[in-house]
Design a protein around this ligand. Structure first.
Ligand code: ING
Length: 311
């Protein structure tokens, strides 16, 4: 048996600060049509796809809120919803959300081929720092501008399978994939904006692409799921962001990868039944996992506590 789902990674190049929502949506529409022409049924756009990655700047008041969406779809984004529905293509879109009661989240939605929003996820793992730090060449103020998502990772039945969402830094935490994996996830959509320079430890810069693949391939294999990692990358307002978008199978193999740092659509036909080959063998969670053993270490007498290692 096979359950093919044609998925497009719709990678974005830089979005400059002055770019309007309408201008960005025009770019998304071009990629949506290209993906549809190439048979894609699900198009995955990046994290915070509608604007420049504004947590790199110290902002407040209206200068900050201008980067947030109050409505989804809004007048500016409705053309994307309309065209996707006309084409019979679904999509994942990341954006900065301002709720009616004033909460701010780093959010992503999943829209089915009939235009329905079938999932909304708010980023759980917020990286960076809480207040501006002058020593940094650029800021990473997600922890100041967004609240952590109040709900955990959930799987949604959609596109003929089980689909989950994680956002950017979430992809570095194995728990994100495992919470979805325990729900049987078959496709994880992950948008990201990843500065290559990591100010707290610049020695990690050279490994940005290696770590990007490492965490997504591990998450895919260890949870027997497809992972679609999609960048907004390139040199955006003077900061170089990692591109390297990729579609990874439950084997951990990269089946499609971007080749540029610009707007680029990469399509792969993903057989969702390939997940079952792994879920029914190596990663038969019910048969092989030992959850009761995973918490015992904290109660074992003489257990090594964090920090003991260097005593
Ligand atoms: N960006 C980065 C990410 O997790 C980061 C932040 C970069 C953390 C490099 C650690 C190392 O890919 C976002 N937006 O989470």
């Amino acid at each position: 048996m096979s359950r093919p789902l044609a998925i497009a990674a719709a990678q974005m190049g830089p979005v400059v600060r002055a770019e309007t929502r309408a201008q960005v949506v025009e770019r998304l529409l071009l990629m949506l049509r290209d993906a549809a022409d190439r048979g894609a049924e699900l198009v995955v756009f990046p994290e915070l796809a509608l604007t420049s990655f504004f947590p790199r700047w110290e902002l407040s008041g209206d200068a900050l809120l201008t980067f947030f969406e109050r409505d989804m779809p809004s007048a500016d984004t409705k053309p994307l919803f309309d065209e996707a529905k006309r084409l019979g293509v679904g999509f994942h879109l990341g954006y900065a959300e301002l709720t009616p009661d004033g909460h701010r989240y780093n959010t992503a939605i999943l829209v089915e081929r009939d235009g329905r929003v079938v999932a909304k996820y708010r980023k759980v793992h917020l990286p960076g720092h809480e207040e501006p730090e002058a020593w940094r060449p650029f800021q990473h103020l997600e922890r100041k501008y967004f609240e952590p998502g109040p709900e955990s990772f959930r799987v949604q039945r959609a596109f003929g399978g089980l689909v989950g969402i994680a956002i950017c830094n979430d992809r570095r935490w194995p728990e994100a994939y495992r919470v979805l994996g325990l729900q049987g996830v078959e496709v994880v959509c992950i948008g990201y904006n990843t500065p290559i320079h990591y100010a707290p430890d610049p020695g990690q810069d050279r490994l940005a692409a290696f770590h990007n693949n490492l965490v997504m391939a591990a998450g895919a294999y260890q949870n027997a799921t497809w992972v679609v990692g999609v960048a907004k990358g390139g040199v955006e307002e003077g900061v170089e962001g990692l591109s390297d978008s990729q579609i990874i199978g439950p084997s951990g193999e990269v089946v499609a990868r971007s080749a540029t740092t610009s707007d680029e659509v990469v399509v792969a036909v993903c057989d969702l039944d390939l997940c079952l080959d792994y879920k029914r063998t190596v990663f038969d969670f019910d048969r092989y996992r030992r959850p009761e053993m995973y918490t015992r270490i904290t109660s074992q007498r003489g257990a090594v506590a964090p920090g003991d290692a260097d005593r």
